[in-house]
Design a protein around this ligand. Structure first.
Ligand code: ADP
Ligand code: MG
Length: 445
């Protein structure tokens, strides 16, 4: 199974055609799971493997996220793997695991499309992708970027050093805020009364609401045609509204989606990571380790700070997406050292023996610092500080990239408007010593 799973644009939906034997389980509001313990409230999201629902836990009287996997054998296998990883993570000291999602329970659920493995996870808020979209793909304030980075890094340090686990699919969809952006969407803060029984005539469920959504979209298109306007189907259509104030948004976050994670000493797949967040050694098939997550982390950080993805490769006349990707990397970071360029199993597909790309000859170099100033209007000092933080993470030599632990010590976190540790000490996430002193070093692989 390809590990480059992606929910693509979250604006899309999971597709009705996947609700079939071996596919998704169709859920309706108030459906019961695990012998009535969990009651479905509303859909939270979806991925290539699953749909995820907000559920009310009748035993604890709290809310959980119910991840319901597709039922075909390979998805069951993937879920078992995810459960294995999540259980091993949950096993150790809870204070250290605060920045990765917690597995609460698991069970099987049989429906018309087969038997689905279900994971009960702690309920979290919106993904970083939704945050970026909410911010209209503009630059997020640097203090917010720093807060988010700190959470991801503590999560990564925990996974890498304490468990020897590589996430392999870090991207904005797979980092979730602890709270919802809109407080009205939070069942606790909004004083939502849990739905325990299906109201008479209620057709609002996963599949039915999908059909409604499709119909609405078709209607919108029809209206747009009549009025001769082009409607942006992708975004919220609010791109020209005034800037949102991000001050009040709680950006503490956690790493989720361990469906593709692996142990550094027990790897399964050669092709890992979602395209835009993929490290060069993965493209070249030169072997990989924890540092692939650090590359993806740098890509996410850039995206938060600018609103744009760092690399968006496309295939073109006479060259592949992979080759374009390598070219984009070199245009930003300088030429890849020959030794590294020719060292992978796939190197010969892209590079000649001098270490030059075979099909893309003229590179347009634009260093990160200059890109930040010219295109994103960073001040010189901000651009300089930010580049100093990011560039070491984007080293072509994987072993030279800083570890998550080293990254947390970087002076960028002490830049002036930064408010480093406050967020960690607030109530809903228990206190964690952000200085890494309390993390035991266990993994010495
Ligand atoms: P997949 O393995 O199918 O990609 P994910 O674990 O990435 O599934 O979950 C799919 C989506 O469901 C996420 O992008 C997010 O929107 C939502 N989601 C997942 N886990 C949670 C959670 N614990 N709390 C709230 N929403 C969640
Ligand atoms: Mg996912």
């Amino acid at each position: 199974m390809s590990c480059s799973s992606s929910s693509g644009s979250e604006e899309d939906d999971e597709g009705l055609e996947s609700y079939r034997k071996g596919g998704y389980h169709a859920v309706r509001v108030a459906d019961q799971f695990a012998g009535g313990r969990y009651i479905a409230q509303r859909k939270l999201g979806w991925g290539q493997f699953s749909t995820v629902w907000l559920a009310y836990d009748t035993i604890t009287s709290g809310y959980v996220a119910l991840k319901i996997q597709k039922s075909a054998a390979q998805f069951v296998q993937a879920a078992l793997h995810e459960i294995e990883i999540l259980s091993s993570i949950a096993d150790s000291a809870p204070s250290n695991s605060k920045f990765v999602v917690q597995l609460i329970d698991q069970f099987k659920h049989t429906g018309p499309n087969g038997q689905h493995l279900c994971m009960v996870l702690e309920y979290l808020g919106d993904s970083l992708l939704r945050l970026i979209r909410y911010n209209h793909y503009r630059c997020l304030p640097m203090n917010k970027v720093r807060e988010i980075c700190k959470c991801i890094l503590i999560g990564l340090d925990y996974l890498h050093r304490e468990h020897g686990i590589i996430h392999t699919d870090l991207k904005p969809e797979n980092v979730l805020l602890v709270s919802t952006i809109d407080p009205a969407k939070d069942p606790i803060r909004s004083g939502f009364t849990p739905i325990l029984e299906r109201p008479e005539g209620n057709i609002n469920g996963g599949v039915t609401s999908l059909i409604e959504k499709k119909l609405k979209r078709r209607a919108r298109r029809a209206v747009a045609k009549i009025s001769g306007r082009r409607v942006s189907m992708g975004g919220t259509g609010e791109a020209h509204k005034s800037d949102r104030n991000m001050d009040g948004i709680d950006v503490r976050c956690k790493v989720v989606d361990f469906g593709n994670a692996c142990w550094a000493d027990k790897q399964f797949a050669e092709e890992i990571q979602t395209r835009q967040y993929r490290a060069p050694e993965v493209i070249l098939q030169a072997g990989y380790s924890f540092s692939v997550d650090m590359w993806s982390f740098a890509c996410i950080t850039f995206e938060l700070a600018t609103g744009d993805m760092l690399f968006t490769p496309k295939d073109g006349q006479g060259f592949s997406e992979d080759e374009d990707h390598l070219a984009l990397m070199m245009e930003l970071l300088g030429k890849m050292p020959r030794k590294i360029a020719i060292a992978g199993a796939k190197s010969k597909d892209f590079f000649d023996r001098h270490g030059d790309l075979k099909r893309i000859r003229r590179l347009k170099f634009l260093p990160l610092n200059k890109l930040l100033i010219d295109k994103y209007k960073f001040s010189e000092i901000d651009a300089h500080e930010f580049s100093e933080f990011l560039l070491p993470l984007l080293d072509f030599a994987p072993e030279r990239r800083p570890t998550a632990e080293q990254c947390l010590q970087h002076p960028w976190f002490n830049c002036k408007e930064s408010i480093p540790n406050e967020m960690i000490n607030e109530s809903s996430v228990e206190k964690v010593d952000v200085g890494m002193s309390n993390l035991k070093i266990k993994v010495g692989k």
